[in-house]
Design a protein around this ligand. Structure first.
Ligand code: NAD
Length: 379
C-alpha cells in the first residue's frame, strides 16, 4: 500500500494558471499522491482532465459537498488527507471552512479569504480542528530566501533600519484601458477577487515576505492606490508606506500596470552593518552589501549556507532552483507536519500568515479610501 499522503485538489484544472505548479511541487519529494478532486465547475471537464493527467476518475467529484460526503464513506487509508484549494479567491473561505470542519488538512492559495472577518473565522475553525493549514506564499520556499531569513535572524545585518519591497507586473496593462476587456479576468471583479486586485494578489506576497524575513511586524501603513479609471473599482497599483516602529520604516510598491514588467518581485533589507537583496526573476543570487567591501553574491547549495537553506536545495551548486522547487519545499514542510515528523516552523506559511495578509489587504484599501491616512494593523 502506498505510504504517500493522499492529495485532492479543488480548482487547478487544465484551464488554470497555478494548477501545474502545485501538481509538480507535490510530486517533487515523492511525498504525495494526487488521487482526485474537483478541478473545475464542469464534471465532464474535471473527468477529462483527470484522464489527461492519468489519475483515474473514481475520486473526481461534481463539487466539494459531494467530495466530502463520498470521501467520508471510504476506508481511512483510501481517503484524501489533504486538499489544496486553487480556485478563484471568493471560494477559498467556504471551501477551507468545510474541509476543516470535516477533518481534512488544507493547503490554501493566497489571499486566504476575501475579508479579514472571514480569515478570523477560519483561524478559529482551524484552532478547533487541529488540522495542518498552509497558505502558499510561494516565494518563501526558495533556498536563497531561506538563507536571507537565517542571516537576518542571526544578526548578520545588525539592527534593521530600512525595508524596501517591490512587486511589479504589467499583465493588466493591455486589459485595463478597454472596459469591455476587463470582464475577461475575475481578478477585476470584487465579487470574485475581494476588495483589492493588486494589493490582494501580489502586494500580499511582499507583505508576507518582509515579515517572514525579518521577524518584525508591520504596525502601521499608509496606502496610495491607483484604479486608473473612475469606472474601475479595483486597485491595480499601489505605494504603501510601512512603519514597523518609530525608527524602522519601509515601503511596499506593487503594480500590475508597470508596462513590460513580468514578475519583478524584489526585496531589500538594510541593517546598520550590512544589506541583503534578492530578486525573484534571478532567485539563485543573494546579494550581500557591506560598506567599503566588494559586493558578495551567495548561491544555493554551498556549505556556507544555513542548514535550513541547504535542506531546500536538492542538487549541487550550479543547478538553478526555481519556482517549482520553492513550492516543492513548502509541500515537503506540510508533508512533514502531516506525518508528525520534525519540521522547521518556517518551512511553510500558516494560517497566521494568511490572517496577517488579510488584515494588511483590508487596511491598505481602508487607508486609501479614507484619504491616504495612517492605519494601525493591530485590531
Ligand atoms: N502563490 C502564487 O504565487 C499564486 C500565483 C497565481 C495564482 N495564485 C492564486 O491561486 C488561485 C487561482 O488562481 P489562478 O490564476 O490559477 O486562477 P485561474 O482562473 O487560472 O484558475 C482557476 C481554476 O479554478 C477552477 N474553478 C473555478 N470555480 C471552481 C469551483 N467552484 N470548483 C472547482 N474549481 C473551480 C477553474 O475552472 C480553474 O481551473 C487564486 O486564489 C490566486 O490568487 C497564487
Amino acid at each position: 500500500m502506498s505510504k504517500k499522503i493522499k492529495l485532492g485538489i479543488l480548482g487547478g484544472g487544465g484551464d488554470s494558471l497555478i494548477g501545474i505548479l502545485h501538481r509538480v511541487a507535490s510530486s517533487m519529494y515523492d511525498q504525495y499522491e494526487l488521487i482526485g478532486g474537483v478541478f473545475n465547475t464542469n464534471i465532464e471537464e474535471s473527468r477529462k482532465f483527470a484522464n489527461d493527467i492519468g489519475i483515474g476518475t473514481n475520486q473526481v467529484y461534481q463539487d466539494l459537498d459531494e467530495l466530502i460526503a463520498e470521501e467520508k464513506k471510504l476506508a481511512e487509508e483510501d481517503r484524501m488527507q489533504v486538499i489544496s484549494i486553487l480556485t478563484p479567491n471568493f471560494l477559498h473561505f467556504s471551501m477551507a471552512r468545510k474541509l476543516l470542519e470535516n477533518g481534512f488538512h488544507v493547503i490554501c492559495e493566497k489571499p486566504m479569504t476575501t475579508t479579514y472577518e472571514e480569515a478570523r473565522i477560519l483561524a478559529e475553525a482551524q484552532e478547533k480542528s487541529k488540522s495542518i493549514f498552509a497558505v502558499t506564499y510561494t516565494y518563501t520556499g526558495y533556498p536563497m530566501v531561506r538563507q536571507m531569513r537565517e542571516m537576518i535572524r542571526n544578526g548578520e545585518l545588525g539592527k534593521i533600519q530600512k525595508i524596501d519591497v517591490q512587486y511589479y507586473q504589467g499583465w493588466i496593462n493591455p486589459i485595463i484601458h478597454d472596459p469591455d476587456k476587463r470582464s475577461s479576468t475575475w481578478r477585476l471583479d470584487p465579487e470574485k477577487s475581494g476588495t483589492s486586485c493588486c494589493v490582494g494578489d501580489i502586494g500580499t506576497h511582499g507583505f508576507n515576505m518582509i515579515e517572514y524575513l525579518t521577524g518584525l511586524e508591520v504596525k502601521k501603513i499608509l496606502a496610495d492606490l491607483n484604479h486608473l479609471y473612475d469606472d474601475n473599482v479595483m486597485d491595480i497599483d499601489g505605494t504603501i508606506l510601512l512603519r514597523f516602529s518609530e525608527y524602522v520604516k519601509g515601503v511596499l510598491r506593487t503594480s500590475q500596470i508597470a508596462t513590460g514588467e513580468e514578475n519583478n518581485f524584489k526585496v531589500s533589507i538594510y541593517g546598520d552593518k550590512a544589506g541583503l537583496k534578492w530578486e525573484q526573476e534571478n532567485p539563485n543570487y543573494l546579494y550581500l552589501l557591506q560598506e567599503g567591501e566588494p559586493l558578495k553574491v551567495l548561491k544555493p547549495g554551498h556549505a556556507y549556507n544555513s542548514p535550513f537553506s541547504l535542506d531546500g536545495t536538492k542538487l549541487p551548486p550550479g543547478h538553478p532552483e526555481g519556482i517549482f522547487d520553492s513550492m516543492g519545499n513548502i509541500y515537503r514542510g506540510v508533508a512533514r507536519a502531516i506525518k508528525n515528523e520534525n519540521y522547521h516552523p518556517w518551512e511553510f506559511p500558516t494560517i497566521k500568515d494568511g490572517l496577517r495578509g488579510m488584515n494588511f489587504i483590508e487596511k491598505a484599501v481602508a487607508s486609501h479610501a479614507h484619504g491616504n491616512v495612517w492605519v494601525n494593523l493591530e485590531d
